[in-house]
Design a protein around this ligand. Sequence first.
Ligand code: ME8
Length: 480
Amino acid sequence: MSKFYITTPIYYVNDEPHIGHAYTTIVGDVLARYHRQKGDDVFYLTGIDEHGAKIAESAKEHNMDTQKFCDQTAAKFMNAWQALDISNDFFIRTTNKDHKDVVSKIFQTLHDKGLLEEKEYEGLYCVGCEKFLTERDLVDGKCLDHKREPDTLKEKNWFFKLEQFLPKIQELIESDTIQILPVTRKNEVLGLLKENVMKDFSVSRQKTSVAWGVDLPFDDNQVSYVWVDALSNYITAIGYPDDMDKFKKWWPADLHLLAQDILKFHAIYWPAFLLALDLPLPKTLFIHGFFTINGEKMSKTIGNVIKPQELIDKYGVDATRYLLLSQFPFGQESDIREDHFVERYNADLANGYGNAVARVTTLIEKNNLQIVINKETTWIDSLAKDYNNYRFDLVIKNIMSKLQELDGYITTNEPWKIEDEKKLVEVLSHSANELWLISQGLLPFMPNIAQQVLDILEAKQIKKAPPLFPRLVDNANDAN
Ligand code: ME8
């Protein structure tokens, strides 16, 4: 048995959970469940990022106390993940006292080691992005993402001596000691390192400009820059440094999941902080693409933000998870189209899996047959290759091919016409065993319905399954 420590980014608490967050979190959950199914010891972490000027600003807009505002949105995230059946082992909040205490300790260690230096900083700071921008990032003097002029900030900050770690980080990435996947993202990071654009950077902010953060133990006027605080969640959540037994059990992370927007922070800053703390480095970072909705960037301004609950209301939890992961190869940038959801739902789930389960269990119940499930799992093991390549779309495709084979087998053998009981048992027993395998394969994607089918098949007497996936009317296509 091996251990598997997997994380998602901790999402900003000033956003409500949307399908971008849901996508990464469902992928993490599928992997966590797959590893548990294989018998691995799994720790799956997700959570929220609660500090920084942007969050204090949002709270003010809502006329709320900042901590209360965080508590309210934290609950929305936790509820969303519960509704999507996310099996995380912990939910980290960066306003947890334990987390904040450790971030302070980390700052003290960096300070004691001479890795922090006080310098004057002047820059264009966008509160929306939570970062300093360069002239290059601006269009008509405004931040492209937030359509606002950045503030000019000039202040004394503590800088982290990043540059001395860069040659080591480059070597670790080149040798895949820290594996960055897909390889295009690895090359992107190596490009940044070779261009010499990564510089020592400011890791604190004056309380006068940002007050909502973790206090620095050695400077009353400064708080932590949000990224030091945020990245540290991956180690504070598993006990660093107060419960070193727990920490050593799980660290290093086997897999950090994230999208390209935060690649630099995870592939360069994070390894540098870990090297500075003399801690082992994460094994793999998988960077997936950003998706658009019907061809447009998802944004509150456009009004095309899809909330997970809207999909759950329409398709159910299991189908929502399945549909999000089967749309396109994991890793690639892509476009989400809801009309494809309906098409796929009807083809794979209503007419496919749901129908096969209904046909087979109805015939078994009607003929009152005793069917034995032999639980032979060799075929399940064959899915490992696509899982190891993070090709969830192909795992699903493989499972669906098996389902099509079974459909063909049923159509050819026409069990509803078979009169010889021995032959009927043979055909339905093969069908039920295939459905058992298909359900095992689907279990990480559809934990409720696949388990429900497994329970039906494993019962002493197989009973007709209730309707699993009611057919949906495809409004988008009907209108054409
Ligand atoms: O960056 N397509 O939080 P965040 C795919 N707090 N994935 C998407 C997406 C989209 N359109 N939109 C969001 C932060 N995501 C920091 C992270 S970690 C120590 C701190 C997902 O709320 C994707 O995983 O902006 C992306 O990396 C993450 O949400 C960004 O979440």
